[in-house]
Write a protein that binds this ligand. Sequence first.
Ligand code: ADP
Ligand code: MG
Length: 398
Amino acid sequence: MKTIDDLGDLSGKRVLVRSDLNVPLDGTTITDDGRVRASVPTIKRLADQGARVLVVAHLGRPQGEPDPQYSLAPVAARLSELLGSSVRFASDTVGVDARRTADELKDGEVALLENVRFNRGETSKDDAERGAFADQLAALADVFVSDGFGVVHRKQASVYDVARRLPSAVGGLVQAEVEVLRRLTEDPQRPYAVVLGGSKVSDKLGVIDHLMTKADTLLIGGGMVFTFLAAQGHGVGGSLLEEDQIDVARGYLERAAELGVDLVLPTDVVVAPEFKADAPATVVGVEAIPDDQMGLDIGPESAARFAEIVRGARTVFWNGPMGVFEMPAFAAGTKTVAEALTQVDGLSVVGGGDSAAAVRQLGFADDRFGHISTGGGASLEYLEGKTLPGLAVLEEDR
Ligand code: ADP
Ligand code: MG
């Protein structure tokens, strides 16, 4: 994959950068600027090289036309603060203001275009409609840099089609993400443990399937555990259960045995009569879940065992909280496993929106992990072994 260095001297060149600036907003206040911060290094690096940097990004899910509540204007202001230099904001994406902005931009200056999803062509399933919009985007610039990892699994105009129209490269953020994901799928250091949790088995089937052929140990916790326990014949009371996935779970248990992968399930769980923060919690063995209780966390014995396996691994990928971490009474399993990840002598990776939120909420600093992925959907699709259009297009010979 071509990197920014392969694009040659960018001084004076107009560079279109696709960033992921899809931040949560409360009115016009950014409540978490993590994605803006993550996007700054690539933008800054290009500006420092004297490029004229045009940033294109989306915010939320507007319906293909301008919608003021999804304006990127607040993000332009935050970007200015973080860069320490004024960022021009174009009030449209490819219209009169965008073209004027692109023309007037000076070497080393940065501008942000208005929400790319204010244009129908961006997410259109019709190749011609998407292509026509990508032509307009491409006309604004000389080269393209793909740095929005959260969107590389989308076949959209500003991610995919524009890369076919301009000399293109990956930005530093996408490059870093891809390098980590590659280390999780190609020749990982062993032992390799994969920890999966979260709410649904059905969300994670592809990942279980693909990583089962790569990992030495698969640890399963979270809400999905109960479908596996049901597959082993245990009663799970009122716990989260996907009846239609019981056979699939049984299939994974059998396949793990065939492949010689250790598929580890909890031996104890924390149960409560209700899905409530102050519900009375007790610990029971997995074979003794009362009918009128539901499992909301893995138990202490299981958490200790999971932690020991994680600490002993050289490569760990974790996706999905071990319990309902949002409620303190059911956060211990997630916390114990997170702590173990910070002690790994090797590569530890946290992927998934709620998992990343969980480690932060539980007070772990980002730098205690090898990597926290910024793109939930994109990293999971990569780990399912799928081709990501926004990456594949950068490999094409043109
Ligand atoms: P990610 O976003 O990291 O991929 P998921 O979206 O799959 O993770 O799952 C996160 C959710 O799973 C959390 O909101 C958490 O409360 C929930 N969860 C974890 N364990 C349980 C459980 N035993 N019962 C119900 N929900 C659970
Ligand atoms: Mg989630």
